[in-house]
Design a protein around this ligand. Structure first.
Ligand code: FAD
Length: 253
């Protein structure tokens, strides 16, 4: 089974980073981490590959930097990586990103594509579905459990507001996984050393035949409003009335 996993490298949310004052783009540091969202996709892929004699190839679009995030995924067991690091793609929206990833994945060949549901920095949450459409395969989204059968079918438990749906299809297919679907493994020393020798191919938009048209403009970026102080209410025995009134005001009840 040939498994493609989409992994995004993002600036470490714990480390402050700058915005370009003119374009409002993030000035991406050289050291970026693998988006935590995608650590779950990598682990699902590794488990499926182990159970089905498969291979795991990582696909990532964005400034490569020191490849810290990619190397971490390779150190946990992925076989190789394909990176699309192309300045002409700067400012790409979700659809262009999906076109680039789809072209790279189709070029390598695949049985299964695995993604996160929503990245931690861009968080449009639409790349997986666009990718499935472009690759012309069914998309099984919001998986909280994934199983693959030897007969070539995949079955997921799809998280819903009320519980979960069981959804099944045959491969090739795309699955987006939720956080917590599995417990991502940590790289060990042997894996870290092995990762240094694993192939990392770099391709451009032109090589993939994708038009890198800039399709979005960021007009402004505003800081999140700070939280207002709450109201302190000393209960004199009628506190429940105040709580009920507040819940009614906010239309909770
Ligand atoms: C030079 C350059 C600079 C960039 N700078 C930025 C930037 O400053 N901020 C920013 O958010 N993006 C940047 N990108 C990446 C790209 O623009 C976004 O990935 C894209 O818009 C997708 O948006 P999203 O994160 O909202 O996707 P979502 O739909 O929220 O992502 C869902 C899932 O899709 C997959 N996915 C999404 N994007 C990628 C990716 N790039 N590579 C691999 N898998 C992916 C992941 O599995 C992810 O969990 C840059 C790209 C390039 C080439």
């Amino acid at each position: 089974m040939q498994i493609a996993v989409c992994v995004k490298q993002i600036p470490d949310p714990a480390t402050p980073y700058d915005l370009d004052p003119e374009t409002h783009f993030v000035v991406r540091p050289d050291d970026q981490i693998m988006d935590e969202t995608d650590t779950f996709g990598v682990e699902v892929a590794l488990q499926l590959a182990e159970a089905n004699e498969g291979t795991v190839t990582l696909f990532s679009m964005g400034p490569t930097g020191t490849q810290q995030g990619i190397r971490r995924a390779l150190a946990t067991g992925a076989d190789k990586a394909v990176i699309i690091d192309d300045e002409t793609l700067k400012g790409s929206d979700a659809l262009t990103t999906a076109k680039v990833l789809a072209a790279a994945i189709a070029r390598e060949g695949f049985d299964l594509v695995i993604t996160g549901t929503e990245s931690t920095d861009g968080y449009t949450g639409v790349v997986p579905q666009q990718l499935a459409e472009l690759l012309n395969v069914p998309s099984l989204t919001f998986a909280k459990k994934v199983e693959a059968s030897a007969d070539g079918s995949v079955r997921i438990e799809r998280q819903t507001a009320a519980g979960y749906d069981v959804v099944e299809t045959s491969i090739p297919a795309l699955i987006s996984v939720t956080a917590g679907v599995v417990e991502p493994r940590y790289p060990n020393f042997k894996g870290i050393m092995a990762a240094k020798k694993k192939p990392v191919d770099t391709v451009t938009a032109a090589e993939l035949g994708v038009d890198p048209a800039t399709t979005q403009t960021i007009r402004s970026v505003e800081p999140v409003a700070s939280r207002q102080a709450g109201e302190l209410f000393v209960d004199d025995g009628t506190g429940f009335e105040r709580i009920v009134a507040l819940l009614e005001e906010t239309k909770v009840i």
